[in-house]
Design a protein around this ligand. Structure first.
Ligand SMILES: O=C[C@H](O)COP(=O)(O)O
Length: 261
């Protein structure tokens, strides 16, 4: 058993307007009890337009739900139309920011250089990156998924000192599992999550690698969560579709109550 506190993070993607975000967060807050937060760290990653509403609820009611953004600009201010900066997210007291999600890489042309710059922007502003890495289907079929994913990790952490890297969260998200209903097997998830930890030890130290939480993401549901979490190097999940259903998300947070499927 590791000392790592599991993290269950709901990535809402481009869903829920700010009114829906309030209702959804209230539902989560109502359902989750102190014992849940004692066992698992719970976070939500709403769209930018919802962050102020979520912050107001969390601050006002002293909720234990953490929150963060789905992206961050590599720049801290200036003429970057449409971008949201680290200082803006820090002002909203975001704990986390997802960086390098495959949807950003695929639809917004984010390459390793951009991902690396965003990781540094997050640290510069006191926000913890949830770094998303993982292979597309053709790479999985070719059997080079571990090398591919580790190369993404290397690129994202280039020039990041150990004092920052020890606080990163890495989310292994195979692209073929995202939004497809085709969850990776616990063994598939463990293979890559373990390889990520070994690479962190090579890049930094074994001690650092033992501290870092490595999540799995891709079609996680309550029925699959316990099986994934039973693996020693899977420290939580980054949850998309199922995070939009408050009851399902709460069941994932309470994965220990589910059968290992
Ligand atoms: O960030 C979350 C992942 O993309 C997983 O999404 P999903 O649970 O809908 O497959």
């Amino acid at each position: 058993m590791s000392d790592r506190t599991p993290l269950m993070a709901g990535n809402w993607k481009m869903n829920l307007n700010h009114l829906e975000a309030i209702a959804h967060t209230q539902k989560l807050a109502f359902a989750l009890a102190d014992k849940d937060y004692a066992a698992v760290e719970v976070a939500v990653l709403p769209p930018f337009t919802d962050l102020r509403s979520v912050q107001t609820l969390v601050d006002g009611d002293k909720l234990k739900i953490k929150y963060g953004a789905q992206d961050i600009s590599a720049h801290d201010s200036g003429a970057y139309t449409g971008e949201i900066s680290g200082p803006m997210l820090a002002k909203l007291k975001c704990t986390y920011v997802a960086i390098g999600h495959s949807e950003r890489r695929q639809y917004h042309g984010e390459n390793e250089e951009i991902v690396n710059a965003k990781v540094k922007a997050a640290y510069r502003n006191g926000i913890l990156p949830i770094l998303c890495i993982g292979e597309p289907l053709e790479i999985r079929k070719a059997g080079t998924h571990v090398e591919y994913t580790l190369a993404q990790l290397d690129g994202a952490l280039d020039g990041v000192p150990a004092s920052d890297a020890e606080q990163i969260v890495v989310a292994y998200e195979p692209v073929w599992a995202i939004g497809t209903g085709e969850v990776a097997t616990p063994e598939d998830a463990q293979e890559v999550c373990a390889a990520i930890r070994v690479r962190l030890a090579e890049l930094y130290s074994a001690e650092l690698a033992e501290k870092v939480r490595v999540l799995y993401g891709g079609s996680v549901k309550a029925a699959s969560a316990a099986g994934l979490m039973a693996k020693p190097d899977v420290d939580g999940a980054l949850i998309g579709g199922a995070a939009l259903d408050a009851d399902e998300f709460v069941k994932i947070v309470r994965y220990r109550d589910q059968a290992v499927g």
